[in-house]
Design a protein around this ligand. Structure first.
Ligand code: SF4
Ligand code: SF4
Length: 385
């Protein structure tokens, strides 16, 4: 197994499941189950025992490995500089071994099957992929400066579609030259990759790269940080080299000339860093620049922000498989309680998966009257003239 050597070097000190302050639990699966094998170091020891044939390939082993949300907290906080960068890679490689053996939880195999058959995890027709844009008057991509890549959540999920429409509407209003691929787009594959299905990821990446190159795409704006991560960091392995921007980075450029015009009634906002923009790509500043440009908006940071942000629990395929499970200790519910404790009226997000996970958690915590989940583009629209 790739990265197997580091399984022997981890001595399970446990720093990787904490934030920098050591005062909370920051590995979503450990937070949920409070059992060592659900921590990053625990997973490494479990994998070692499994590779040494000390334990069988049980259903429990599969669930433990696939409940990791790939949030990257362990990579950030492992105390061993020599191998910390590969802690999550080792877990992903372990999942890959299970995939190769055909020993994965049913929900995981169903997810792969849906992507394979439909090109999306929702099992909806590819022909409907552009339906989110209906009535907006968007143009198909034909050589405009940017391709706007909506991704699966932006194309099929009700919350994600709302967000995709807000982003596209803003880009239109601000005169950005862009088009969409609609039915020609396919799942970005980031979750497939994070779940260890390297072959299916390569197939998806090559499909998208061919469509992008056929259309003459050079620059891409993604709705989702997950797509941003996959296209920016993994498509180049298959000769798909594009200039990739997350939409928040485009918004920040549009608003960089000072405070935006519009409503200036005071509004306290807290920001939830998406793992694939923050920890995986080290962009903590851009979304805060967008918020700083909005008149009347005051940022109230949560205790766990930037490198210490608690994942919403939707990464690593869990948004679709829900192997992490729900309940008061699920990271999405812990996160919205933390957001409410800042006194903010709005919990700002920059990812369609975070938007859905945290909005559901606000309802589960009965916080609807105190806290509203808004995507950055929705906030900009609401505060603009
Ligand atoms: S991954 Fe690093 S921080 Fe975590 S238990 Fe192992 S050595 Fe310790
Ligand atoms: S990536 Fe996140 S969920 Fe997975 S083991 Fe590391 S800290 Fe836990």
């Amino acid at each position: 197994m790739e990265h197997a050597e580091i399984l022997h070097r981890c001595f399970r000190c446990g720093y990787c499941k904490l934030p920098g302050s050591y005062q909370d639990l920051n590995c979503p699966s450990y937070l949920q189950y409070r059992f060592e094998t659900y921590s990053p170091g625990g997973r490494m020891w479990l994998l070692r025992a499994w590779l040494d044939e000390e334990i069988p390939t049980s259903a429990r082993l599969q669930e433990i490995l696939f409940s990791c949300t790939a949030c990257g907290n362990c990579v950030e906080h492992c105390v061993f500089p020599k191998f910390k960068a590969d802690v999550l890679n080792a877990i992903t490689a372990g999942r890959g071994e299970l995939v190769n053996e055909g020993s994965v939880p049913r929900r995981v195999s169903d997810f792969f099957k849906a992507i394979h058959l439909y090109g999306n995890p929702y099992k909806l027709p590819e022909a409907d992929r552009g339906a989110w844009a209906k009535g907006l008057g968007l143009e198909p991509y034909r050589g405009q400066e940017y391709l706007f890549f909506a991704g699966c959540a932006g194309s099929y999920d009700e919350r994600g579609r709302k967000m995709a429409r807000a982003v596209a509407g803003l880009l239109q209003d601000r005169g950005v030259s862009f088009g969409i691929l609609g039915a020609l787009e396919r799942c970005d594959g980031n979750e497939v990759r994070a779940m260890g299905e390297a072959g299916l990821f390569e197939e998806i990446a090559r499909h998208n790269i061919a469509k992008f190159l056929d259309a003459g795409v050079v620059k891409i704006i993604t709705l989702s940080p997950h797509a941003y991560h996959a296209i920016r960091n993994y498509y180049p392995r298959f000769n798909g080299i594009f200039q990739v921007l997350h939409y928040s980075q485009v918004l920040a450029r549009m608003m960089s000339k000072g405070k935006d015009q519009g409503a200036d009634t005071p509004l306290t906002v807290t920001f939830h860093d998406p793992c694939y923009l923050g920890r995986h790509n080290q962009d903590y500043l851009t979304p805060r620049m967008v918020l700083a440009a909005l008149p009347g908006v005051e940022l109230a940071e949560m205790d766990r922000a930037r490198v210490d942000a608690l994942c919403c629990g939707g990464g690593g395929g869990n948004f679709f498989t829900d192997l992490l499970g729900s309940g008061p200790d699920s990271s999405s519910r812990v996160r919205v309680r933390e957001a409410a404790a800042t006194g903010a009226q709005v919990l700002a997000v920059a990812c369609p998966k975070c938007a859905k996970m945290l909005e559901d958690a606000v309802k589960a915590e009965a916080l609807e009257s105190a806290l509203r989940v808004m995507d950055l583009a929705e906030l900009v629209q609401a505060r603009s003239v």
